[in-house]
Design a binder for this molecule. Sequence first.
Ligand code: DSN
Length: 420
Amino acid sequence: MSYIDTQLHQIDPQLAKLLEGEYERQTKTLVMIPSENYASRAVLQTIGSIMTNKYAEGYPNERYYNGCAYYDMAENLARERAKKLFKAEHVNVQPHTGSSANMAAYYALLDIGDTVLGMSTEHGGHLTHGKKLNFSGRWFDFHTYGVSKKDERLDYDEVREIALKVKPKLIVCGASAYPRTIDFEKFRKIADEVGAFLMADIAHIIGLVAAGEHPDPVPFADIVTATTHKTLRGPRGALIMCKKELAEKIDRAVFPGTQAGPLMHQIAAKAVCFKEAQSFGFKEYQKQIVRNCAILSDCLLEKGFRLTTGGTDNHLLMIDLSDKGLNGRDAADMLEEAGICANKNSIPFDTRPPMITSGVRLGTPAATTRGMKEEEMKLIANWVAQILSNPRDHEMRLKIKIEVVELCEQFPIYLDLLNW
Ligand code: DSN
């Protein structure tokens, strides 16, 4: 045999063991982190395919390498499917991640030092929306808006006031930790009033948008960036959509502006996930994500937990632990001990630092992929409430962990990967 045909178990038993462990973790615990999901077998098959082997710098029919015929077809498929799915005038499917998509969008529209207005990370915005420690906050003059102290929701009048004052060249909307609907039309009006570009980062809610479960930013924003691995349930990666007039700028900003060789295995897998997202089942799935989150939210409220904004409209919710004598870090660790994987998260006006926080963020995309519905959400809310109300009860967490495994076994995932 002249080619490498070694199976992972043979060549690297040490790493194979790690994959086995991660298989156990993913299949036997509850993934309640709202930015995580389970990609389909078809997506996994494609991202783990021979498409990883080739350089394809450039774009279809304009590559810097020979031998790209199948890569061109795969990238065209991904582009066309995404254009159809989102009714977008132009799509670039090459960004490696959400952060690289945002970097390319800024590269296309801004010069170093330009003024930008984005949502503060302390109130739910993403690192790339101007955090000082991030390239965005370092290279651009970012100003931020937050949520209102009154109801922890976006206050569009305040966004407008800040925009009028700082006169940004670009307004960024979209968030990583905001449980409510975002009004893109209002952002458009503000952007028009101050003569700014509008960019919507829908990394989190892209699946909901694709299924009509959240208002669509595409008609209103000049640029829309998104990830493919969260609610869209595809491979880890991202895309950029834009108006025709910005197409060339965006393409040049992605390559050669901010990236070189595209990850063609990832792009091919994006094509698969865009196809999956066009199915009726996908629309139903997104509806169920939202229904599940609403039930989870209602049950936690009933049990006396305070949720930021008082609940949720989308796939995630944020528990405020300030009145429970617990911080977000300890709470997330306790949940993990019981087989429920969530993440600590700052809540608006948090007094604790980001590595500790006063909040826990929960989301329903992954549990819904397993087929869990309202009854299971009630069960999960009960467990979360018991764990967070009895932080000293280690025994209870171990008992719940057994029940979590039983629930996971009733909603199996990746059974067909058992013998990889
Ligand atoms: N890190 C992602 C999240 O968990 O929300 C945002 O990119």
